[in-house]
Design a protein around this ligand. Structure first.
Ligand SMILES: Cc1cc2nc3c(=O)[nH]c(=O)nc-3n(C[C@H](O)[C@H](O)[C@H](O)COP(=O)(O)OP(=O)(O)OC[C@H]3O[C@@H](n4cnc5c(N)ncnc54)[C@H](O)[C@@H]3O)c2cc1C
Length: 383
């Protein structure tokens, strides 16, 4: 027998939960039957820590675990301390996010949860068909954030993985400045890639120290661990500390043209291209996009998480990094060294005006950026 629903949410991670949350908050789910499908069921774990920056309080302000008004950006030659006002750098842990969102979802009368993998997902006429846990389902509309496994060598768009591993540590001595996060610290051997650390202190003795590498060659877990250990020893503390939690993962960074929809099957989250290709940051733009979607629902007019203009800039940046036309530390540290920090952060959030983008471009190495920009523009026009 086939079960029918008005709306199916396929994947109950950040995007699936957020779209339901914003639709519920916008009062768009009254009288609707909804099925939420995820093999992990109701999530609760600390499996992600989402950091992002924004100028005003966001939709999950009360969940912010820590915030930083200052960030540092470093390579071997330069140390930049940036006051990032009007922005604040913030971190939300998945633990608080899942608990808060799940509590709101409890209030949705027509919601059914299915703990199973969604399979064989197809748009058929005006409906979306799929199977889960041995049953068949049909929905009038579906939002899917099921992962899309891209093969970098088979796509023309620039592609770099951002693979990372982080340690939450507790030191025995005062070590950190709690209102100052290291946004990008390139003081680690680069090996022809872009390798940098994030350091997010929560107190003088607690921080998340994470190495991120932009490259398509992943390392053994023990190698990331050794790099983190050396970095902490070289730049933070030679005293003892305990590791209280670890996180790792991979974020594909690409301007691959992710399809936004197939009739009534709407792609959201990383699957729908919500990740900023040049940085891997996803949380803030995803919330912006899904909040807007909820406001205009059931109209689904503009589903693009990023403007075409910003995707073209990103194709340029990614191509430069992928082909090593410029070293990542020079590129990113150069941007912060030669621009007000809020201009760089606005650009990376896709919030800049054309004038600000021109100002930013004027500070880059035009002999590298100019031809790469034209090449990527040409590629796009020819696509
Ligand atoms: C460890 C980690 C840290 C990150 N940190 C940041 C950060 O600091 N800032 C930032 O902006 N971005 C960050 N990101 C990137 C991005 O924000 C997250 O990956 C985010 O969770 C993406 O949301 P999503 O809904 O697309 O994917 P997910 O949150 O991964 O959700 C996908 C869901 O689909 C489910 N699923 C998979 N297969 C099926 C199936 N067949 N049927 C049904 N369900 C299925 C999964 O169980 C999962 O719940 C991070 C990513 C990772 C991995």
């Amino acid at each position: 027998m086939t079960e029918s629903f008005d709306i199916a949410i396929l994947g109950g991670g950040l995007a699936g939960l957020s779209v339901l949350y914003h639709l519920e908050r916008a009062g768009k789910l009254a009288g609707k039957s909804i099925v939420l499908v995820d093999p992990e069921g109701k999530k609760a774990a600390h499996d992600r820590s989402w950091s992002f920056w924004e100028k005003t309080p966001g939709p999950f302000e009360e969940l912010v675990y820590h915030r930083w008004p200052q960030v540092t950006v470093d390579n071997q030659d330069q140390h930049l301390l940036c006051d990032i006002g009007p922005y604040e750098y913030k971190l939300i842990r998945s633990t608080e996010f899942y608990a808060h969102v799940n509590a709101v979802l409890e209030g949705i009368e027509g919601l059914t949860r299915v703990k199973a993998r969604a399979e064989d997902v197809r748009a058929v006429g005006e409906e979306v068909h799929f199977a889960a846990g041995g049953r068949s389902y049909v929905a009038g509309l579906a939002f899917s954030s099921l992962p899309l496994h891209l093969r970098p060598r088979q796509i023309a768009a620039p592609y770099l993985d951002q693979h990372f591993r982080g340690w939450f540590i507790q030191t025995e001595e005062d070590t950190f400045t709690p209102d100052r996060a290291a946004l990008m610290d390139f003081r680690t051997p680069q090996h022809g890639e872009s390798r940098f650390f994030y350091v997010m202190p929560f107190s003088k003795r607690e921080a998340l120290v994470e190495i991120a590498i932009f490259s398509n060659q992943h390392l053994e877990t023990a190698t990331y661990d050794q790099l983190i250990k050396t970095y902490i020893y070289d730049y933070w503390t030679q005293g003892s500390y305990t590791i209280t939690h670890r996180e790792d993962g991979n974020i594909p960074m690409t301007t691959y043209p992710f399809p936004l929809r197939d009739r009534n099957l709407i792609y959201i989250g990383m699957r729908g291209g919500a990740t900023r290709p040049s940085t891997g940051y996803t949380f803030w733009a995803l919330q912006r996009q899904l909040q807007q979607l909820a406001q205009t629902f059931p109209e689904l007019t503009d589903l693009r998480p990023w403007s075409r203009k910003h995707l073209l800039y990103d194709a340029t940046l990614l191509r430069i990094l992928q082909d090593q036309r410029l070293a990542g530390d020079q590129l990113f540290v150069g941007l912060f060294a030669n621009n007000p920090p809020d201009r760089v952060l606005a650009f990376l959030n896709g919030e800049t005006s054309l004038l600000q983008e021109l100002q930013l471009m004027a500070t880059t190495d035009i002999t590298t950026f100019g031809p790469t920009f034209v090449q990527e523009l040409w590629r796009k026009l020819g696509a």
